[in-house]
Every structure is written in structure tokens, then in C-alpha cells.
Design a binder for this molecule. Structure first.
Ligand code: 3PG
Length: 211
């Protein structure tokens, strides 16, 4: 799973983290993000529309790589796989959930915010971790500090990152990409303002991709 997750994570410098209230918007949204150069899209399971949005994107937008985010419970693992999610993201990963995720049939990017959590997840076979909430947990300085001891672990920092701060993360050797909600602000989504979202996505897509 690590190889395919790494390939997904390297498709773009930024993974838009989307909380969607109306699944009917999801196909236009995914087309907008793909066209702007951000094909990897995390749909968070924070709204009743999320699973339908994942299913719609998986079916109608083959160029998108749709991930399920904010996965907190074992039952959600099967739900998001059935909906067509290509990988799973968690904000934090209690050991029981990590064990359930390790058995999943799709790749997982489990969340962590400490060295011990990162080591626990790495020992279970997860090599690309979401570092969340990144900015407040130590930001780019934390990632730089842990690169020595945690040499085999890569991170997708998310939480408090925006266009201005993303480059400070993307230059780090242990960062594969960053995640953030700034590309799909709630007011733009509610207004179905795909022009604005496309502009934000194009800006994000020009950030330095990780090599
Ligand atoms: C997440 O689930 O990854 C966070 O909600 C990201 O939020 P932010 O980019 O607005 O900090």
C-alpha cells in the first residue's frame, strides 16, 4: 500500500481537504480541482453528504484520486471503500483504529502529532503519516527536527497551513505534500463559486512539488 499511497501523495503539492454539505456539487468541484492541477481530494466524513460525494467523484471523475478523511470508526472503513475512496486519512489514530486500518484493503495515511505516535504507526507498517494539527503542533520546525530519528517516515502536514506557509513545509525532505482547507472555503462551496475555488487551486498547484 505504501507505494501507491506515495504515488498519490506525489501527484500534487497540496491535498485540498473538503467538507462538503451538498453532494450534488462534488462532481463540478472535482473537475475544477483536477483541471487546476490538484487531482488528489480529501473528502472529510464530517457531513451526511460526504459518502455520496466520495461515490460521485469516484464514479464520474476518473482523473481524481478521492480520499476519505476524518475516518474515526471501524465501520467507516468499509463504508468509504464501498463508496470508492482510493485511500483513507485520519486526524489521529488510537491503537485499535490503527489495527483496523492496517487490515484495510486500500492505503491509509493515519494522523499523528507526536514522535511516539509516529513510531507506533511506523511499527505497524504505515510509512506516510498525516501530521495534524501541523502548525500548532510544531509546524515545519517539528518536521525538520524529527527527520533525523524518524528517517523512514514521511509526512503530509495538515492543519493551519495556507498558501503562504506551504512552501516552508514543501522544502523539507520528509514532507511528501501538504493538506489544507484553504482551497475550498466554506463560503465558496456554499455559493458553488468554482471560479474562486479554481483560482485558489491553481495557485496551490504552482507550489513546488516534492521530488
Ligand atoms: C483536516 O481535517 O485536515 C483539517 O480540518 C485541516 O484544516 P485547516 O487546513 O483549515 O487547518
Amino acid at each position: 500500500h505504501t507505494a501507491s499511497l506515495r504515488a498519490y501523495a506525489r501527484l500534487a503539492p497540496v491535498i485540498p481537504v473538503v467538507t462538503i454539505e451538498d453532494a450534488r456539487l462534488s462532481i463540478d468541484l472535482a473537475h475544477t480541482l483536477v483541471a487546476a492541477g490538484l487531482p488528489v481530494i480529501e473528502i472529510t466524513l464530517r457531513t451526511p453528504a460526504a459518502l455520496d460525494a466520495i461515490a460521485a467523484i469516484a464514479k464520474a471523475v476518473p482523473d481524481a484520486v478521492v480520499a476519505a478523511g476524518t475516518v474515526l470508526h471501524k465501520s467507516q472503513i468499509t463504508e468509504v471503500i464501498d463508496a470508492g475512496a482510493k485511500f483513507i486519512v485520519t486526524p489521529g489514530t488510537p491503537v485499535q483504529l490503527a489495527e483496523d486500518l492496517a487490515a484495510a484493503s486500500i492505503p491509509v495515511m493515519p494522523g499523528c502529532s507526536t514522535v511516539s505516535e509516529a513510531l507506533t504507526l511506523a511499527a505497524m507498517g504505515f510509512e506516510i503519516l498525516k501530521f495534524f494539527p501541523a502548525a500548532i503542533s510544531g509546524g515545519a520546525a517539528w518536521l525538520k527536527s524529527v527527520h533525523g530519528p524518524l528517517q523512514t517516515i514521511s509526512f503530509c502536514p495538515t492543519g493551519g497551513i495556507d498558501l503562504a506557509s506551504a512552501p516552508s513545509y514543501l522544502t523539507l525532505a520528509n514532507v511528501v505534500c501538504v493538506g489544507g482547507t484553504w482551497i475550498t472555503p466554506m463560503d465558496a462551496l456554499r455559493a458553488a463559486d468554482f471560479v474562486r475555488i479554481g483560482k485558489l487551486a491553481s495557485e496551490a498547484a504552482t507550489l513546488r512539488p516534492q521530488s
